[in-house]
Design a protein around this ligand. Structure first.
Ligand SMILES: [Zn+2]
Length: 402
């Protein structure tokens, strides 16, 4: 270990000694797929119980209403689980935000439901790395900090949302509110690489549903009276696909619609994902969409509704963010851990927090890999390592502001 004060050393030891593996095993046994409301409710209760070891005011916040567009072009409300929200010492001089998610990508009907040991120290299971392990790390670090001298100077909010894996639309407003006025934020996604490398810059991401409404007619008798929604949707898909640039990826993913072959189809729904690298690219994308929709609608005499938007704004690496990464790297070095960071193509709640102008390191969780697959694994030694890293980083932030 490098230069640690006695307070820091004690906190680091306490953090790594927390019963994180037991928590990961217990939490991974509960299915909390983003659409499994009963499972999420159980998970929220377990987490509320565990996080009640911390002081402050703990609530389970109601999800924001979210709309979806079905394959028939109708909008419907989707239900989400509640979000854990803890507020500790809101008037302390240093204010931080800690976030994570309780949902996983594995629904109750997915075959991947149980943990098993792949080898000594390597645990396979749903959500062990993404991110039930990360939640255990966050809690361990916060518990250790609470027992440290100087904890009274550190205030924070914890948000553990229930819908991160489906875009955080039901928790975006809560995250944005919680980010306000914070000095820094930490999100407990697993490290970008199994060696502990953090994710730096991230692109943004937007999901769009274009509901194209034409006019049906008989394909043989009076096709000229029809306005083919499927053809218009295809044209729109091509226009959008061709507008991609090095800073903007465009993926037309699905078209619903059409019917019997003797009828001009009057309805089609096109789904597109777009990933702008920077905020400028996102603005350009917005204009491209408006233009493509307008021109396609005119050319094919159809009506096009646009649903969705850029739910994850781009997360460039700002100077403030880089300074926070350096602080984490130095804390790591003093713990004998080599911490690097690199850009990644993925998106997460770190995007939304960064968009509020708050520096965020969003991969403070465990080391592991193969997330979103049934080969997902957690390197269990990393629980202690990463809890120590978080605890020390937070104590250093507090010292910096003292
Ligand atoms: Zn995750």
């Amino acid at each position: 270990m490098g230069e640690l004060s006695s307070i820091e050393r004690a906190a680091v030891e306490r953090a790594s000694a927390e019963p994180m593996l037991d928590q990961v095993l217990a939490w991974s046994a509960v299915n909390s797929g983003s659409r499994n409301l009963a499972g999420l409710e159980r998970m929220a209760d377990l987490l509320a119980d565990a996080f009640s070891a911390l002081p402050g005011v703990l609530r389970l916040d109601q999800p924001q209403p979210v709309e979806t567009v079905d394959a028939a072009g109708r909008t419907a409300k989707i239900k989400h689980g509640r979000h854990l929200h803890l507020t500790v010492r809101p008037t302390a001089p240093l204010q931080l935000l800690f976030t994570g998610h309780m949902d996983t990508v594995f629904g109750p009907d997915h075959p991947f439901q149980q943990t098993r040991w792949l080898e000594d120290g390597v645990l396979n299971g749903p959500g062990v790395a993404d991110m039930k392990g990360g939640l255990a790390v966050m809690l361990a670090a916060l518990k250790a900090i609470e027992r440290s001298k100087g904890a009274d100077r550190i205030g924070y909010e914890v948000i553990v949302n229930s819908d991160e894996e489906v875009g955080s639309l039901a928790s975006a407003a809560l995250l944005t509110r919680a980010a306000q006025g914070k000095r820094a934020a930490f999100t407990y996604e697993p490290a970008a690489l199994a060696d502990g490398t953090l994710a730096g810059a991230r692109p943004g991401s937007g999901n769009f549903s274009f509901v194209v409404k034409g006019r049906s007619a008989h394909a043989g008798r009076n096709p000229e009276d029809g306005r083919n929604a499927l053809v218009a949707a295809s044209e729109l898909a091509l226009r959008l696909a061709m507008s991609k640039t090095p800073g903007l990826s465009v993926n037309p993913a699905k078209i619903d619609g059409g019917g019997p072959s003797n009828v001009v189809p009057d309805l089609a729904i096109l789904r597109v994902n777009m990933r702008p690298r920077t905020t400028d690219d996102q603005e350009i994308a917005g204009r491209l969409i408006a233009k493509a929709v307008d021109e396609t609608a005119k050319q094919h005499e159809v009506y096009i509704e646009v649903h969705g938007g850029f739910g994850r704004p781009p997360k460039p690496l700002t100077e403030e963010a880089e300074a926070l990464f350096r602080l984490v790297r130095e804390a790591g070095a003093d713990l004998g851990q080599q911490i690097a960071w690199q850009p990644t193509g993925g998106v997460c709640d770190g995007n939304n927090i960064a968009a509020c102008g708050i520096p965020v390191v969003d991969t403070m969780g465990v080391r592991g890999g193969k997330i979103h697959s049934d080969e997902e694994y957690l390197i269990t030694n990393s629980l202690g390592e990463r809890a120590a890293l978080s605890a020390l980083t937070v104590l250093r932030l507090a010292r910096e502001g003292a």
